[in-house]
Write a protein that binds this ligand. Structure first.
Ligand SMILES: *[C@@H]1O[C@H](CO)[C@@H](O)[C@H](O)[C@H]1NC(C)=O
Length: 328
């Protein structure tokens, strides 16, 4: 991302965000926790279908849960607009799949969005454009960025360019790779930036968000490239949660080789019923192949995750805790 673009972002974001100059190269936003130090947010992925496939029902329940948990923001794990991203900043899909769908007052919070593979089949720059933010101030989508929320640090990673098959076997899809060439140095720089951001972070909880799975029992399964390239960095830096979409389900995998929880929230609209490939019963903790979303509540000592179906039922819960003062 060019410096002018970053400056434009800062100018447009106004007083809500402070851009912190840091040795990390990724754009950086501050999102202060609540006065009591806690934080809560919802995660939805793979959603933009003009309300169809239960998207509207998921949105409705997100509104109710968002109110109850007094959420601070919403994370979208990508595949924001089906089938082929946005055609431009004036694409009506922005209204039909986002503005007019997530209308509950509790969802009138900042949305932190990453791009999915379907978004790369459209005009990528449109989703990144500050013009969308003028239309709906909740919208913020960048390729990769950092959100510092004091007790937790979020690193959003652009995962689509890692996946070889989109380049070698794009089928009849046309991907907009204009912003990521040359690919090799784009990926190398991104991995370096993620690594240094994690190393510099002093936050109690480290959370990485990307569109693609690292570990999943769903239709797409594991993303080989991320297992090879991104996972070692997450393990080395003791990341707590890796949050993704891409598989159209709700899922939690607890790895035996590290403390990372792999959380999939890709149930924002069309779900893939029955398309499961159980691969490791020791690590597969929860899998739901209908629609829904996830909530996360964080305090300095505890993380509570819950998954919801389209009726708002909690269908799975998981918590973890850390000492207030960890031995360094
Ligand atoms: C909507 O959700 C209900 C309940 O899970 C499910 O029975 C139905 O098939 C879903 N509809 C679509 C179009 O996916």
């Amino acid at each position: 991302m060019s410096l002018t673009l970053i400056i434009t972002f800062i100018a447009l974001l106004g007083s809500l965000y402070v851009f912190c100059p840091s040795s990390a190269e990724l754009p950086w936003f501050e999102h202060p926790a609540k006065p009591d130090g806690s934080l809560s947010f919802l995660v939805v992925g793979d959603w933009g279908r003009r309300g169809a496939y239960n998207q509207t029902k998921v949105a409705h329940q997100m509104g109710i849960v968002g109110e109850k948990l007094k959420i601070d923001f919403i994370i979208s794990t990508g595949d924001n607009f089906y089938d082929d991203g946005l055609t431009g900043v004036d694409d009506a899909a922005f209204f039909e799949s986002f503005v007019n769908i997530y209308t509950a007052p509790s969802l009138a919070k900042q949305w932190y969005n990453v791009l999915g593979n379907h978004d790369y089949r459209g005009d990528v720059e449109a989703q990144l454009s500050p013009v969308l933010r003028d239309i709906d101030s909740r919208w913020l989508c960048l390729r990769s960025f950092i959100v510092n929320a004091e007790i937790a640090e979020f690193i959003f990673v652009d995962t689509t360019p890692f996946v070889n098959k989109y380049f070698t076997d794009p089928e009849d899809h046309v991907y907009d790779w204009s912003g990521i060439q040359p690919r090799k140095s784009y990926l190398a720089n991104l991995l370096k930036d993620v690594d240094s951001a994690l190393k510099e972070s002093t936050a109690k909880w480290k959370i990485v968000v990307g569109h693609h799975t690292i570990k999943s029992s769903g239709h797409h399964g594991n993303t080989h490239e991320l297992n090879l390239q991104l996972l070692p960095i997450l393990q080395e830096n003791e990341v707590d949660l890796y949050i993704n979409g891409h598989d159209h389900c709700l899922e939690r995998i607890s790895s035996t080789e590290s403390g990372i929880q792999f959380l999939t929230s890709g149930g924002g609209s069309k779900a893939w019923k029955g398309d499961i490939d159980w691969w490791n019963p020791k690590e597969d903790k929860f899998y739901y192949d209908g629609q829904g979303f996830m909530s996360v509540q964080i305090t300095p000592t505890e993380v509570d995750v819950a998954f919801y179906d389209i009726f708002g039922n909690v269908i799975h819960k998981w918590s973890t805790s850390k000492q207030l003062y960890s031995a360094l």
